[in-house]
Design a protein around this ligand. Structure first.
Ligand code: GLU
Length: 459
């Protein structure tokens, strides 16, 4: 049974890098018919807050990444918040000490710091000098940290599912802390205890944790636990090839939601950061992505975040959706009784949900422009006598009559018509705009009808 987890440290909104890691885990779990778990890594009490946790979970929900086990939904291995698992960590720490693979270290921080400096001066690796390992004693009442002892057979090699073979020599590690003197366990320790306890089969996470894997595998071995498979996903870079950061624009998922991106488009785009579909498809549904996803198509090289491509993709999603589907999503930013028709008129010309409000401004905001008085009079007469077109056919008939009554045609007809109706030289096609304004003015008292507009131009 495949079991994977996404393990956010709740220190703010979910970033695109974390979102991509979560998406890969979610796709991998669903592809295998397995279980997707959220574990909140909140042992850094100074930086972790419940509000942040809520934000991260909300961001994951917005992306549509439902989880099977987690802090809010519970599950067979609860609790799923590390701050609530201290008893388990205490039990495993004592077991490591009893097994003789970890020991209490009474060295003061200043002493350790001085030794690290000295090692640096002498060009030696800053490893712990094993003082408390050689003088092992078991005085639990005196303030102490707990250190893991790197064994003689401490070389480690893993077969990373994305990066292939990665090996570390035991000499590259010194005895490392698993429990701090303030009683808090360290990340490398809790992550192993939890991944074991939660029966995680595949650890899919950011490349920055690759170097931690050496320590983590040693802990698995010392406890006699099965080592999971690892898959370390590469960094996301900005277009200048430096690590993606605020300098490159929005980095939090919630900001993209605020900026009018669709969750489906975001998920589609982030899935493409490092993964490619075997058939080369760039636009795919969730179910298609689940069916096609595999870690062997995840690239070991860094992925470059391309905001233009995301914009394009979001536009593709908007164009393919119906106005009825888009309406509730657009209404978050802009609402009107005639919104659905407005969306239908404009959806092929926007790339973000937020752009509908701006593109539909002409419906409610109208200032009479300069048009020739005879034209304005002819237009007003036409609309008064024959009514305002509510369909494309009625619009075409109106244009024919206007050609006759004004003697104008082509651009000399359409430009003043557009100006008089919308107040601007730009906007959607007249054949869609005029019926929209007719219907909108019938449904919304704040909208001037085409006839009222034409009359305002008579000055
Ligand atoms: N909590 C870690 C982070 O947010 C993830 C640890 C892991 O996936 O092993 O970077």
């Amino acid at each position: 049974m495949t079991r994977v987890r996404f393990a956010p440290s709740p220190t703010g909104h979910l970033h695109v890098g974390g979102a991509r890691t979560a998406i890969f885990n979610w796709l991998f779990a669903h592809h295998a018919g397995g279980t997707f778990i959220i574990r909140v890594e909140d042992t850094d009490q100074a930086r972790s807050t419940r509000e942040s946790e809520q934000m991260v979970l909300d961001d994951l929900r917005w992306l549509g990444l439902q989880w099977d086990e987690g802090p809010d939904v519970g599950g067979p291995h609860q609790p799923y918040r590390q701050s609530e698992r201290t008893e388990i960590y205490g039990r495993v720490t004592r077991e490591l000490i009893e097994r003789g693979v970890a020991y209490r270290c009474y060295c003061a921080e200043e002493e350790l710091e001085a030794k690290r400096k000295q090692a640096e001066v002498e060009g030696r690796p800053p490893h712990y000098d094993l003082k408390c390992w050689h003088n092992r004693r078991n005085d639990a009442d005196v303030s102490h940290a707990v250190r893991f002892h790197v064994p003689d057979d401490g070389d480690v090699e893993i077969d990373d599912l994305i990066r292939g073979k990665v090996a570390w020599k035991k000499e590259s590690l010194g005895d490392f802390i698993v429990g701090r003197s303030d009683g808090l366990p360290t990340y490398n320790f809790t992550v192993v205890v939890d991944d074991h306890d939660m029966e995680i089969t595949h650890v899919i996470r950011a490349e920055e944790h690759l170097t931690n894997t050496h320590r983590q595998v040693l802990i698995y071995r010392a406890m006699g636990w099965r080592v999971p498979e690892f898959a370390h996903v590469s960094l996301i870079l900005g277009q200048d090839r430096s690590k993606l950061s605020k300098r490159h624009g929005a980095t939090s998922v919630s900001q993209y939601a605020e900026d009018g991106f669709l969750a489906d488009a975001m998920l589609n785009y982030l899935a493409l950061l490092g993964w490619s579909s075997p058939d080369g498809a760039e636009i795919f549904s969730r179910d298609e992505a689940i069916a096609k996803f595999s870690l062997d198509r995840v690239n070991a090289a860094p992925a470059v975040f391309d905001p233009q491509k995301l914009d394009w993709l979001n536009g593709q999603y908007i164009h393919r959706m119906s106005a009825a589907e888009l309406r509730p999503l657009v209404a978050r930013f802009f609402d009107a009784p005639w919104l659905e028709e407005g969306i239908d008129v404009l959806k092929t010309s926007v790339t973000r949900l937020t752009q509908f409000g701006e593109a539909l401004r002409f419906v409610r905001d109208y200032e009479a422009p300069e048009v020739e008085r005879p034209f304005a009079e002819a237009l007003a007469n036409e609309l008064r006598e024959n009514g305002t077109p509510g369909t494309a056919d009625e619009y075409k008939a109106m244009v024919e009559r206007l050609k006759t009554s004004t003697g104008l045609k082509g651009k000399t007809l359409f430009m003043p018509l557009r100006l008089a109706i919308s107040g601007s030289e730009h906007g959607p096609e007249l054949v869609r705009m005029i019926p929209l304004l007719k219907h909108a003015s019938e449904a919304d008292a704040s909208v001037l009808s085409p006839l009222q507009r034409a009359e305002r131009c008579i000055r």
